[in-house]
Design a protein around this ligand. Structure first.
Ligand code: G3P
Ligand code: MG
Length: 250
């Protein structure tokens, strides 16, 4: 499958960051609903493990910033995480929004024909098991789907575990700065794509990455001029917070 994906990239040019960008509380179903409302066909979200190894959506290591709770996410069971309000911090209209499990998101996305980029975002010290368990859960939840979820991570150990557990699920190496040995990393992990901070990309590097046969996604692109420039350089997809500014396309 990864060989095939190197040739054809089923993901659209615009991907909603953390569910619905900044229009809704990040990594909640309210965000995904916002994506659908704006005509987006794909979203990215951050997935980690609860203390009892349930795959769920959260960006930070702690629940403090994006919920009414406090403390390290890896110490809380999914039952405890489910009690938190993950929407009220963003506004009264979102109060009561839950921290979704990956299973909740899979059901929503598959029902809406929305494609998903699962960023494997392990809590500290949980790289291997997060890569392995997220990949296994994704393979189970998307069994039989026409387009599989795309797994990405900043953590090579997590990607390696995902590769060992579910080799057919496509993978992308995620980076803030593009390392000099990007090609070896992509080859070793049998990735289909490189995902990078758009500030790290140059036209020459974009050309090299495309020339090497890989797809390219940039985050987080919130400006129309940046979006046009990056697409002109051959970038395949852009992850954005501004669904309202960048009309769904591709
Ligand atoms: O996957 C792209 C992007 O989400 C990576 O950065 O910190 O927003 O998860 P972050
Ligand atoms: Mg992310």
């Amino acid at each position: 499958m990864s060989q095939h994906l190197k040739q054809s990239w089923p993901y659209p040019e615009l991907v909603a960051h953390r569910g619905g960008g900044t229009l809704a509380p990040e990594n909640t179903l309210a965000g995904f609903r916002e994506g659908i409302r704006y005509g987006y066909r794909a979203a990215e979200c951050d997935v980690k493990l609860s203390a009892d190894n349930v795959c769920f959506l959260l960006h930070d290591d702690t629940v403090d910033r994006t919920s009414n709770g406090q403390g390290e996410a890896k110490l809380k069971t999914m039952a405890e995480l489910s009690m938190l309000d993950a929407g009220g911090w963003k506004g009264a209209a979102f109060a009561g929004e839950a921290l979704p499990t990956l299973a909740n998101v899979a059901a929503y996305c598959r029902g809406q024909d929305m494609l998903l980029n699962i960023e494997i975002k392990p809590c500290p010290g949980r790289f291997e098991e997060t890569g392995r368990l997220v990949a296994q859960e994704a393979a189970r939840l998307w069994a039989g789907a026409a387009v599989p979820p795309l797994l990405s991570s900043f953590e090579i150990e997590a990607l390696r575990a995902a590769q060992a557990a579910e080799p057919v699920l496509p993978r992308a190496f995620l980076c803030e700065e593009i390392p000099a040995n990007w090609c070896e990393i992509l080859r070793e992990l049998d990735c289909v794509a490189l995902h990078c901070d758009h500030h790290a990309l140059t036209e020459a590097l974009a050309g090299d990455i495309k020339q090497a046969g890989y797809q390219l996604l940039c985050y987080t692109v919130n400006d129309t001029a940046d979006a046009e420039r990056l697409l002109a350089w051959g970038v395949d997809s852009l992850c954005t917070d501004r669904l309202d500014l960048l009309p769904a396309r591709g």
